[in-house]
Design a protein around this ligand. Structure first.
Ligand code: B12
Length: 214
C-alpha cells in the first residue's frame, strides 16, 4: 500500500488498529516528497470522502464519523502550516452555526468536519448564534455560504429571521444560505427562501459545492 493509501485508510479507520497514525503518515508522505496538495486531496479528503459516502448509505454511524474526523484533525494539524505557505486555495469559505435559542451542536459539528474534510475553510461560530453574529462573522471571513443548524421546532423560525437579516444586509445577494437539522425539510427551506437544504453531513458537502458553483 502506498503512503497515501495508508493515510486514507488511517482516516477511514479513525486511527484505530492501523500500523501508523494519520499524523505520522502525513509526515512520512512529506518526507517522501509528496506534494502537499496530493497529501490533502488523495490521502486525507479521499479518506474522509469514503466515510461520508458510507455515512450517507447508513453503513457507518455518528461515532465512526467522529473518530474519522478526529484522525483528519490530527493529520490536518501537521499539514496546516504548510497549506498556508502553498498556493492551494480553499474550495470556499463557510460560516456555520446553530441558530439562536438552540444548543444542539453534534450534527452541526459533523457538517463542519465534513466540509473541512472536503477542503473548505470553515468558520464554526458555535451555538445559540444571533442573526447579527452570523452576518458579522460572514463578513469577516468573506464567506461564500452561511450554514444554519436547528434541532428544535421552536428554533426553526430563527433560521427564517437569520435569512431575512442576511438578505436585508449588505452581503445579501452575495452569499448563499443552507439549512439543516433533524426537523428541517426541503419544504421548509423553500418556505423561508433558504438557498439549500441537506439531510446529512455528506449531502451537505455536495449541496454547498453546488451552491458555490451556481
Ligand atoms: C443530544 C440531544 C440533546 C443534547 C445536545 C448536546 C449537544 N451538544 O448537541 C442536550 C441534552 C443538551 C439536549 C437539550 C435539549 N433537547 Co435535545 N436532543 C438531543 C438528541 C437526543 C440527539 C440530537 C443529535 O445530536 N443527533 C445526532 C446528529 C448527528 O443529528 P442531527 O443533529 O440531525 O444532524 C444531522 C442532520 O440533521 C444534518 N444537519 C445538522 N445540522 C445541519 C446544518 C446544515 C447547514 C446542514 C446542511 C445539515 C445539518 O447533518 C447532521 C449529520 O448528518 C435529539 C433526539 C434526536 N433523535 O434527534 C434530542 C431533541 C432534538 N431534543 C429535544 C428537546 C426538546 C431538547 C430540550 C428542549 C430538552 C429540555 N426540555 O431541556 C433541550 C433544548 C436545549 C436547547 N435550548 O437547545 C427534542 C426536540 C423536539 C422538537 N420537536 O423540537 C428532541 C428531538 C428529543 C425528543 N424526541 O423530544 N438535547
Amino acid at each position: 500500500m502506498s503512503t497515501l493509501e495508508e493515510l486514507a485508510t488511517a482516516i477511514i479507520k479513525g486511527n484505530i488498529g492501523v500500523p501508523a497514525k494519520s499524523d505520522e503518515l502525513v509526515q512520512r508522505a512529506l518526507d517522501e516528497g509528496i506534494p502537499v496538495k496530493e497529501i490533502l486531496e488523495d490521502g486525507m479528503i479521499g479518506g474522509m470522502g469514503v466515510i461520508g459516502e458510507r455515512f450517507k448509505k447508513c453503513e457507518v454511524y455518528v461515532p465512526e464519523v467522529l473518530i474519522a474526523a478526529r484522525a483528519m484533525k490530527a493529520a490536518m494539524a501537521v499539514l496546516k502550516p504548510l497549506l498556508a505557505e502553498s498556493d492551494i486555495e480553499p474550495v470556499g469559505t463557510v460560516v456555520i452555526g446553530t441558530v439562536k435559542g438552540d444548543l444542539h451542536d453534534i450534527g452541526k459539528n459533523l457538517v463542519a468536519m465534513m466540509l473541512e474534510g472536503a477542503g473548505f475553510n470553515v468558520v464554526d461560530v458555535g451555538i445559540d448564534v444571533a442573526p447579527e453574529k452570523f452576518i458579522e462573522e460572514a463578513k469577516k471571513a468573506g464567506a461564500h455560504v452561511v450554514g444554519m443548524s436547528a434541532l428544535l421546532t421552536t428554533t426553526m423560525p430563527a433560521m427564517k429571521t437569520t435569512i431575512e437579516a442576511i438578505k436585508a444586509s449588505d452581503i445579501g445577494g452575495k452569499i448563499k444560505t443552507i439549512i439543516g437539522g433533524a426537523p428541517v425539510t426541503q419544504a421548509y427551506a423553500n418556505e423561508i427562501s433558504a438557498d439549500g437544504f441537506a439531510p446529512d453531513a455528506a449531502s451537505a458537502v455536495d449541496k454547498v459545492k453546488e451552491l458555490i458553483a451556481a
